[in-house]
Design a protein around this ligand. Sequence first.
Ligand code: SF4
Length: 498
Amino acid sequence: MISQNEDFDHAPWDVGGGSDDDKLHEECGIFGVLGVRDAAATAALGLHALQHRGQEAVGITSFDGQEFYSRKGIGHVAANFSNISAIAELPGTMAAGHVRYSTTGGAGLRNVQPLFADLASGGFAIAHNGNISNAMFLKRDLVRKGAIFQSTSDTEVIIHLVATSRYPTLLDRFVDALRLVEGAYSLICMTPLGMIACRDPLGIRPLVMGKMGDAIVFASETVALDVVGADFVREIEPGELVQVDLDGNLSSHHPFGKTDARPCIFEHVYFSRPDSLMGGRSVYQVRKEIGAQLAIESPADADLVIPVPDSGVPAALGYAQASGIPFELGIIRSHYVGRTFIQPSDGARNADVKRKHNANRALVAGKRIVLIDDSIVRGTTSMKIVQMMRDAGASEVHFRVASPPTEHSCFYGVDTPERSKLLAARMDVKAMAEFIHADSLAFVSIDGLYRAVGEAQRNSARPQYCDACFSGEYPTRLTDLADRENPDQLSFPVDKVA
Ligand code: SF4
């Protein structure tokens, strides 16, 4: 009997397990390079540029033409891969790596990617950004057939599906496996024959390709190409598999046919680094444009525009330029905040927020301010920042948000609190303004957001992006969630599994 409660460490329903800081978190960044000396050193540098996508753990796997080598660690890239001996453990001209934001701390190193397995065809390493929304459904069947899972990562399902596919070539087995998988995946895989990079048919999570001399580079974001000195070539297309052999010969495959893409629109709002290009657009410019749309849609009579740093800065610049209200740094952010800190139990009001952000009192006192942030999740941080501004003497605080209300959880690889904890799922805008004690509160409209990313408006019949955390319109089936919500009507009843 297979336990119905057997869980993945970031299963679709296990949202928000580890996030206590009132921000959404991207859960992973991936990087791969083939055809360069000391590929692991390049991978470490690339992963360092993707550190914002996951800070809890990091892993790199390399291949020297004979053997695979792997090193994993908890914490930042610099803490695990900055010394020569760490890189010396990973010889070879091909390497892939992964940074991870963990929603649970208990699983330790066994869930740190790249995951590796010895298949009949040889070694197989896989690094995954995204989330498989039918992983539990697939795992239940695989376990029934005798599969023994080594981790609680949804990614391991892909390894078992590749291992058990009956197709003759590894590429065919890989495609066969992916046909069964639903949800979001950008993948970088290594085999003894080379590297495979691919995106799910909707291209929900990003993946780009670059060149560095004769070497091929794949990364979650273009910033990693910049940092390692690679030239951006193009994005991996939704549903595309790019195969590179050990001599650097490239082939492109579209086994799922062409579908309209639905990339994550929140990458533009918050997750990606502002110095990346996403969908051919500068993330920084898009964020400024969101701020400009916000100023047009929701003006405020105020003296200063102040960003909640760092993520609110580009949108605040856009708001200031469009409104003519001066931009000022009214909140200063500490860059030395560790994750563990003993909270004073006495009356040190808002100490957790103040550790990270502090009011620039001399600037704010007596002023009517517009605060700009990228999103409101639970609302607790927003409330504390508004109070911080009032304590510093602000006479009015108008809160403007560079995304529509986040009303729904993400099931595609972003750590979101469960829906009942999302402020926008519990309250309308007026009640939210009262909750955070703002004089006024406004969010950019969904069409304003689409205009900022270059669309005339959102196509309601077929949205151009995944915007499910705002709209609730998920672009894929959510089989595991449906099974969990209706355990009596499992979409794949266990007693009927072959
Ligand atoms: S639900 Fe939101 S965060 Fe998740 S992929 Fe879609 S737009 Fe991005």
